[in-house]
Design a protein around this ligand. Structure first.
Ligand code: ADE
Length: 252
């Protein structure tokens, strides 16, 4: 696949900072309360930026990447809360599809359907998805993620062997912080693996502009009563290291 310029969005400033440290010939461009870092990784031109939080902010940032920076492909990394019991903190989810769990224009269209697009789910393009999943599986089998954090961190976060999953991600303008909310979501969307606040919005923009994209999330919390604490700790201590490893595996 020939790629001229890759956009890299991170859902947390900590993740962006790690990736920015990989850039060669770095330039900074500030616009609309966002700092875009232009440079190269492995001689491939990239633009790295913090998406900011929520659907509106992230859709705006990715639109800017497409229209102003002319990216031809997008990777979006960040953290997520798990809703599937199969997932543990530190696991990685590659989105095979994305849904906006707070989209509800009933009775005009059915619940979760994106008006005018006539779609409930958005699917990243097959070729890029397969390649990205393959690269993440290589990270899993080499146990290289585990080596990025200390024994103490492995114990504190109960991370023993980070696994890589392919599945559905639900996004919306809501931080899940209790089991009731999580169970209500699962009743409506039983096959969702994890929740976050940007991916499906970014997917919609990429779909509309025909830009190949992949969304990859690391589980930071279990979307329950302790999620706000787990989330902060994980982002501060682990997410940026995993983010660097993920991007190094993809941009080459
Ligand atoms: N991102 C990380 N954890 C999350 C949660 N619990 N809810 C929504 N987005 C998240």
């Amino acid at each position: 696949m020939s790629v001229n310029r890759i956009g890299i969005l991170g859902a947390m400033p900590e993740e962006i900072n790690g990736i920015v440290s990989l850039l060669k010939d770095k330039q900074e461009i500030v616009k609309g309360m966002r700092t875009y870092y232009v440079g190269t990784i492995n001689d491939i031109e990239v633009v790295v930026v913090f998406s900011r939080w929520g659907k509106v902010a992230s859709a705006t940032t990715v639109t800017h990447l497409i229209v102003e920076f002319g990216i031809s492909q997008l990777y979006f990394i960040g953290v997520a809360g798990s809703v599937s019991l199969d997932l543990a903190i530190g696991d990685i989810v590659v989105a095979s599809s994305l849904v906006q769990h707070d989209m509800d224009a009933r009775p005009i269209v059915k619940q979760f359907e994106i008006p005018l697009l006539g779609k409930v789910e958005l699917y990243p393009p097959k070729e890029l998805l397969e390649r990205s999943f393959y690269e993440m599986k290589k990270l899993e089998s080499s146990s290289s993620l585990l080596q990025l954090i200390s024994m103490e961190q492995q114990e504190n976060f109960s991370i023993s062997n980070p696994k890589v999953f392919l599945g559905k991600i639900a996004s919306g303008d809501k931080f899940f912080a209790n089991n009731n909310e999580k169970e209500s979501l699962l009743k409506l969307l039983p096959d969702v693996l994890c929740v976050e606040m940007e991916g499906a919005a970014v997917a919609q923009v990429c779909f509309e502009y025909n830009i190949p994209y992949v969304i990859i999330r690391t589980i930071s919390d279990a979307a329950n009563e302790s999620s706000h604490v787990d989330f902060k700790e994980f982002v501060g201590q682990v997410a940026s290291r995993f983010g660097i490893a993920i991007i190094k595996a993809l941009v080459k």
